[in-house]
Write a protein that binds this ligand. Structure first.
Ligand SMILES: C[S@@+](CC[C@H](N)C(=O)[O-])C[C@H]1O[C@@H](n2cnc3c(N)ncnc32)[C@H](O)[C@@H]1O
Length: 468
């Protein structure tokens, strides 16, 4: 019998492990979240920083009815796939939850996740290609959003410990562009120098909440966004001058005001303090304008590979009509437009569609039309209007596709469906639903590692219409 917590209530649960006790066990698996799994008298305990095959001493930190959480206190044996991460902060904070696994093993882990889900759905016939990885799988992020807090009386920038709001001070973020890390240190030192107070979420007081920095991968243009809780930023001129002097590539300095007591990072009001309102960068040779609130892919190198894989799979020769569903700021649509007769993009966020139209114009692309709306509703409208696309590309959020969208696709009868997925579980579910309307996977699913050192799995699946 052990005490487990349940929404603040203490409940008695009949389980074979006890909080704060230590157990020796062998790690038997790795979860999709990157935690090691050990079983104690058949009861699962999930443990960060533990790899399959390792023998460990685990201290149990939390017990629930069905599982427990634990922490490795000691390793009796270590996995050959283990990397000794120099700084435990990366694992503690969730910056790099797979940072302790060799990169090749991370790529296999991602491939294997899709294979396992297919096998569970009795779809073992569908193959999965080895994950396309990065040559240098570090320092890839083109955007940082770093909380600012008082830690032991000193203003610090860093990252939250997993599952908490405890700030761990960090200077080298490991997966971010090092120029971004340098810019954050410059800003932090200026905030310290001019005694700007960090926001305190308990009292709602203080000035600076977050520092966001973006840097164009090709353009090298840097944008610094200071997210404040107050309309006034004290010592504004001095801070701006300091950033201009300390960050040579800076092209835009923006104050974003977020005076809501919320976990939301950015507020709705932007004030450009210096330079341009937006920076620019390219993806697949297309120029994109990026403002503080714009969505933009964070790993440009791998995004290009992911989208190129999707575009190559579409087999376009300039004569096709293509739908790009969940098009965001039109990244895929605009890249496809150069190889298609006409492209239609649909996306639920109006600001993203504004960006998409703006980006089409800037690049002189005239054969892409963008619509705001729910993809599932828009598919029904297109179907009713008799639109006959040759190719449908979908890039949905983690929850995958609405069933009605799959049915409408079946009715519009494109030759190909290209499915860009960020969640293998909903991908496998949707592959089964596509089979019901006559579409089958025609080549191995291609995972592309968009987020090295983390557990995210992105992939491209090609489905074709097959006669029943
Ligand atoms: C994985 S992102 C796709 C990003 C896009 N391909 C790009 O590169 O910019 C998923 C997108 O789907 C949008 N979205 C979410 N639910 C939607 C819905 N029901 N209909 C249309 N778009 C939706 C989100 O706002 C987000 O932009």
């Amino acid at each position: 019998m052990s005490n487990g917590e349940n929404g603040g209530r203490i409940v008695k649960v009949n389980v074979p492990v006890h909080k704060n006790e230590e157990y020796q066990a062998k790690v038997i698996d790795l979860t999709y979240e990157g935690n090691g799994v050990v079983k104690i008298a058949d009861f699962p305990v999930f443990v960060p920083n533990a790899l399959p095959g390792e023998e460990v001493t685990v201290r149990v930190t939390k017990v629930t009815r069905n599982f427990a959480l634990g922490r490795v206190m000691d390793w009796q044996t270590k996995s050959a796939d283990r990397v000794d991460v120099k700084d435990k902060k990366y694992i503690q904070t969730g910056i790099a939850p797979l940072g302790h696994l060799k990169y090749l093993a991370q790529l296999r882990f991602k491939q294997h996740q899709i294979e396992e889900l297919l096998a569970k759905a009795h779809l073992d016939g569908i193959k999965v290609a080895p994950t396309m990885g990065m040559e240098r799988p570090y320092h890839y992020r083109n955007k940082a959003q770093v909380p600012v807090k008082l830690v032991h009386g000193k203003l610090e920038t860093g990252f939250y410990k997993r599952g908490s709001h405890t700030l761990v001070p960090i200077e080298d973020f490991y997966i971010q562009d090092p120029k971004i890390d340098e810019a954050i240190v410059v800003v932090r030192d200026l905030l310290r120098k001019y005694h700007v107070t960090p926001y305190d979420e308990r009292t709602g007081k203080g000035v600076i909440r977050t520092v966001m920095v973006r840097r164009g991968y090709y353009s090298h243009e840097v944008m610094v966004v200071l997210v404040t809780n107050t309309k006034r930023l004290p010592m504004k001129e001095q801070i701006v001058d300091g950033i201009v002097a300390g960050v040579p590539e800076v092209k835009s300095i923006v104050q974003n005001i977020n005076d809501k007591r919320t976990n939301k990072l950015l507020g709705d009001t932007d004030k450009t303090l210096w330079g341009k309102d937006e920076i620019h960068d390219q993806l697949l040779g297309i120029d994109f304008a990026i403002s503080p609130l714009s969505f933009y892919q964070v790993n440009p190198q791998q995004t290009e590979r992911l989208y190129q894989t999707a575009i190559d799979s579409a087999g376009l020769d300039g004569s096709q009509t293509v739908i790009d569903a969940y098009c965001g700021i039109g990244t895929i649509s605009l890249a496809v437009a150069r190889h298609a007769k006409q492209v239609y993009g649909v996306e639920i966020v109006p600001a993203a569609i504004e960006d998409a139209k703006h980006n089409a114009k800037r690049n002189g692309i005239k054969n892409a039309k963008f619509v705001v709306g729910k993809a599932e509703d828009q598919f029904a409208k297109w179907q009713a209007a008799g639109l006959k696309p040759d190719v449908v590309i979908v890039d949905p959020p983690r929850k995958g596709l609405a069933e009605s969208l799959i049915e409408a696709t079946g009715e519009m009868a494109p030759q190909k469906v290209i499915y860009v997925s960020c969640n293998p579980a909903t991908l496998v579910r949707d592959i089964q639903r596509f089979a019901d309307v006559g579409y089958h996977v025609v080549k191995p699913i291609q995972p592309v590692d968009q987020f090295p050192q983390t557990t995210h799995v992105e992939s491209v699946t090609v489905l074709e219409r097959t006669e029943k």
